[in-house]
Design a binder for this molecule. Structure first.
Ligand code: ASP
Length: 435
């Protein structure tokens, strides 16, 4: 029989009303047997996530200050859930233990993970499910990456035919200590559970109806994407479209378990299916994502193409400064290196100086304020005219293209434009490819 894993994000478990929706969703389908909750998130724009409150408690404890009202807020949130939902569990012993551990000097990961751990107890009581402590079944290596032994541990632990609740975000490290994935990591837990138990689908319940074709802050009427491949999603997420933790794709991609992004607040919406492969039909572009904050270093040198090791020496400059590069478009006598300002910081002059020293170029120019836009879709593969449509949409909108990079995947065309043109360019590309 098929089994579904359902991960519920912070806003889906933020209060009792939301948790009632969770129960209705799980009750509606007997194959929804594995539930992975996040910690309670924000109930409104001014609220604070329980995870953030727990990190704050840890910092207070570290600096010898009382946890005071911060802890009280956490306690009230969990006690409030139990009361409002009419559950007959007593959360006090678990809350007291967490408080004592944090005050006694437990690490930041332990503190942060308790949002999921405590919420798991509430959700398990609500769903009449078996609670499995994630530290028992999820192993995390020191680099915050998954240890593959988790799959077997999970499969062996969850052999019953009932429901299971496995809190997201954390697991046990090599010494048995609690470790977490990076922020938003409950998505990864859901994905691991889906793979371990051979789920038919991994439902990721959140507060939006799936992935939109582009940023709704730029195109308010952006259409939802019904189906997208893992790879297309990865290319879009890289440029800033975020609906799922980027590491959540890997556990389910190889076994080909689809991820269905669904909206807890809109059950009629089918959401977005993330799949291994799909038939793009007539749809050339699946999504457009972009962000500003990039700088391009353009290196010109006559006969550069004949100089063995030129590219390596250029990239070596960036490596030595610890700056990762995003793209390296090149032509016969020029090579450009595009880096994110987040990594570059205030070192542009240093980079230029080092490039002069490393490759003796004719000239190096530093062009800041670059925005990159990725236009993604497997439908563009072998389709004549996609680039022409893209470029003419941009020129009609008076957007100057400063850089072009079409990856070898042929599923993504990246253009660099002036930072100020970002929104205009995305709008133009969306209008060209929306249908
Ligand atoms: N609660 C954690 C966070 O806020 C993990 C998650 O929600 O996925 O990052």
């Amino acid at each position: 029989m098929s089994i579904k894993v359902c991960k519920f994000g912070g806003s889906s478990v933020a209060d009792a009303d939301q948790l009632r929706k969770v129960k209705a969703i799980v009750d509606a389908d007997p194959t929804r047997r594995f539930v992975v909750p996040s910690a309670p998130g924000k109930r409104n724009a001014d609220d604070t996530k329980v995870t953030d409150l727990l990190y704050l408690c840890h910092r207070l404890a570290m600096s010898g200050q009382p946890l005071g009202h911060v802890w009280e807020t956490i306690e009230q949130r969990f006690q409030g859930l139990v009361t409002d939902l009419g559950l007959s569990i007593d959360m006090q012993p678990a809350l007291d233990e967490v408080r004592a551990e944090i005050e006694g000097g437990a690490g930041a990961a332990y503190a942060a993970s308790r949002g999921e751990a405590l919420n798991g107890l509430v959700v398990a009581a609500l769903l009449d499910a078996e609670y499995v402590d994630a530290a028992e079944v999820i192993r995390i290596a020191r680099n915050a990456r998954l240890d593959d032994s988790s799959y077997e541990l999970l499969a062996k632990r969850c052999t019953g035919s009932g429901r299971y609740v496995i809190p997201g975000f954390y697991g046990a490290g090599p010494e048995g200590e609690v470790l977490t994935f990076s922020r938003g990591g409950s998505d990864i837990t859901g994905s691991i559970v889906a793979r371990a138990i051979g789920a038919s689908v991994y439902e990721n319940w959140t507060d939006v109806s799936g992935v939109l074709m582009t940023d709704p802050r730029i195109v308010a009427e952006a259409k939802p994407i019904r189906e997208i491949t893992y790879r297309e999603l990865r290319e879009l997420s890289y440029m800033g479209a975020s609906v799922l933790h980027e590491d959540a794709v890997f556990p389910v991609r190889d076994p080909g378990i689809p991820i269905n992004i669904r909206n807890t607040n809109d059950l009629d919406d089918p959401g977005t299916m993330i799949v291994t492969d799909r038939d793009p039909g007539d749809q050339v572009v699946v999504g457009i994502a972009g962000s500003s904050g990039f700088t391009e270093f353009m290196i010109e040198k006559a006969l550069m193409n004949a100089e063995v090791g030129f590219g390596r020496r250029v990239l070596d400059v960036f490596e030595r400064l610890g700056i990762p590069y995003e793209h390296t478009p090149s032509s016969i006598d020029t090579m450009a290196v595009v880096v994110s300002d987040r990594h570059l910081g205030k070192r542009a002059e240093q980079v230029v100086e080092d490039l002069y020293a490393a490759v003796k170029p004719d000239v190096v120019t530093c062009n800041p304020n670059l925005a990159l836009i990725a236009t993604v879709g497997k439908g563009m593969n072998h389709r004549i005219g996609t680039a022409a449509r893209l470029f003419s949409a941009l020129s009609t909108s008076q957007v100057n293209i400063r850089m072009i990079d079409q990856g070898s995947s042929e599923q993504n065309i990246i253009v660099g434009v002036e930072g100020d043109d970002l929104a205009k360019a995305i709008r133009a590309i969306y209008d060209e490819f929306k249908s």
